[in-house]
Design a binder for this molecule. Structure first.
Ligand SMILES: Nc1ncnc2c1ncn2[C@@H]1O[C@H](COP(=O)(O)OP(=O)(O)OP(=O)(O)O)[C@@H](O)[C@H]1O
Length: 450
């Protein structure tokens, strides 16, 4: 499970950039633009680390640190500070602040401090020499997954590029992490990047880095994520969303094993194993020219397909119990369990959002549970209620978009021109949306027989 970082800054650009960097490194980030907002967020849900700017409107970073120390003494705090306040920051260290970073700081320094703080803050592991440590956190006992994991383990020890396919929420990133842990690169970094979540104009410099002054705002040289993953593994999630011109550059990196930061005169050697994932049908992207065939073959040396949750229903009770154990700890609840009929209901339900949806539902049941047993009625209520469908924003948007397109196609009997007109989009754009969701207008054609 990823660590959650509460990031506090009143500068929206910094908030966005630091968030992108932390999320790319696998952390969960909640952003707040003031100390007051941060305290409200902490009152609702705990975080594992507070990263905050010293200068804030209203209550400043130092006052926030003091309040946090009083209310949540175990929560580590890292302060982002300007040169002028360094003496105060040093003083704050002696009062229990974990660390400070002087602005502008580079991505590596930030990630180093963050990971040190989280290691120190986490309880010591009790389970050392476990043979299956590589797949720790990967809950499953279904035969289909056993087979897939055996394959993953075999491929892990090679340096082959692996493309992981599967619907959203099936655990592609969890599998990528397991492959990394089972590989000879396990002691080096695992860096995950969601290619669809980073704005196109930032993606190149995020991946390959930039020189100082390479573009407006590039106030200092920065190593990209490829260089940060040197010796380890980079996981390119949603690779199907990578813009074409960047695909060319990625291909060059894979062929020549060197990266050229934006604005740099020469390339830098890099040794990274690439794992990638997509929920989209890359074959159809190849056909319409929006994904390069040469890159596809480079990335798809080995292909692993994760089955949807309904194709491995045996795993559902196991996963439900696993998530329940986690949320019980997270919300400091007294132990609670699913009633047997509640578990069998979960096992037969539909899970369009796969494991992520199951995890959200379990969390909701646990939060709302009033006694030690979660009953069938409570599970059904959670499943029926609007809030059961609370998904991460990106996933909710994707499901909405797909549903919207389907409704338009049904309404127009599969007529793309009419559907595009209703959506106020041109045909090219509309076709691109249909491809993104693998929707074929022909399937919606209605036979009009006289
Ligand atoms: N086998 C598993 N055991 C335990 N937790 C899992 C497992 N598979 C997935 N999860 C959990 O389900 C959630 C979704 O997993 P993950 O992000 O890996 O899915 P994904 O396929 O990469 O999704 P997306 O396509 O939306 O990026 C995460 O919270 C993850 O920890």
């Amino acid at each position: 499970m990823s660590n959650k970082i509460l990031l506090v800054d009143d500068d929206p650009d910094l908030l966005r950039l630091v968030s992108i960097r932390l999320i790319a490194a696998g952390y969960e980030v909640e952003a707040a633009n003031s100390a007051e907002a941060a305290l409200n967020a902490l009152a609702v849900q705990r975080a594992d680390l507070l990263l905050c700017d010293w200068k804030l409107p209203g209550m400043d970073g130092m006052a926030l640190f003091e309040e946090v120390r009083r209310r949540y003494p175990a929560l580590p705090v890292i302060m982002l500070t300007a040169h002028g306040t360094v003496p105060d920051a040093i003083e704050a260290i002696s009062h229990g602040m974990f660390a400070y970073l002087i602005k502008p700081f580079d991505g590596k320094a930030l990630l180093d401090k963050v990971s040190q703080a989280l290691v120190l803050a986490s309880p010591p592991s009790q389970d050392h020499a476990k043979a299956d440590a590589w797949r720790a956190g990967f809950v499953s006992s279904s035969p289909v997954m056993d087979e897939l994991l055996a394959e993953a383990r075999l491929v892990a020890i090679t340096d082959a590029s692996v493309l992981i396919r599967g619907e959203s929420g099936t655990g592609k990133e969890v599998l990528a992490q397991a492959i990394h842990r089972a590989s000879p690169r396990a002691k080096r970094p695992f860096i995950a990047v969601n290619c669809g979540a980073i704005p196109e104009n930032l993606l190149e410099s995020e991946l390959f880095g930039h020189e100082k002054g390479a573009f407006t705002g590039a106030s200092q040289k920065q190593n990209g994520l490829f260089l940060e993953a040197d010796g380890g593994t980079i996981f390119l999630d949603e690779i199907g969303d990578m813009p074409l011109q960047l695909q060319v550059k990625l291909l060059r990196v894979l062929q020549e094993r060197e990266v050229r930061p934006v604005g740099a005169g020469r390339a830098v050697p890099v040794n990274v194993r690439v794992l990638s994932a997509t929920h989209r049908d890359l074959q159809s992207l190849l056909l319409d020219g929006s994904f390069r065939e040469d890159l596809f073959y480079r990335l798809n040396v080995v292909s692993l397909a994760l089955p949807s949750l309904t194709e491995r229903r045996e795993d559902i009770p196991l996963l439900a119990r696993h998530f329940l154990e986690q949320v019980v700890v997270r919300y400091a609840k007294t132990n609670c369990h699913f009633a047997a009929d509640a578990l069998s209901f979960l096992s037969t339900a539909n899970w369009p959002g796969n494991i992520r949806q199951l995890s959200n539902l379990v969390e909701q049941c646990c939060v709302l549970a009033t006694g030690p047993i979660i009953t069938l009625a409570q599970v059904q209520k959670a499943m029926d209620s609007e809030s059961a469908a609370i998904l991460p924003l990106a996933e909710a948007k994707r499901l909405f978009e797909r549903d919207y397109l389907e409704r338009l196609l049904r309404l127009t009997g599969g007529n793309v021109s009419d559907a595009a007109r209703l959506a106020d989009r041109n045909r090219t754009e509309f076709y691109r949306l249909l491809q993104k969701h693998d929707l074929a207008p022909a399937a919606f054609k209605t036979d009009i027989t006289p």
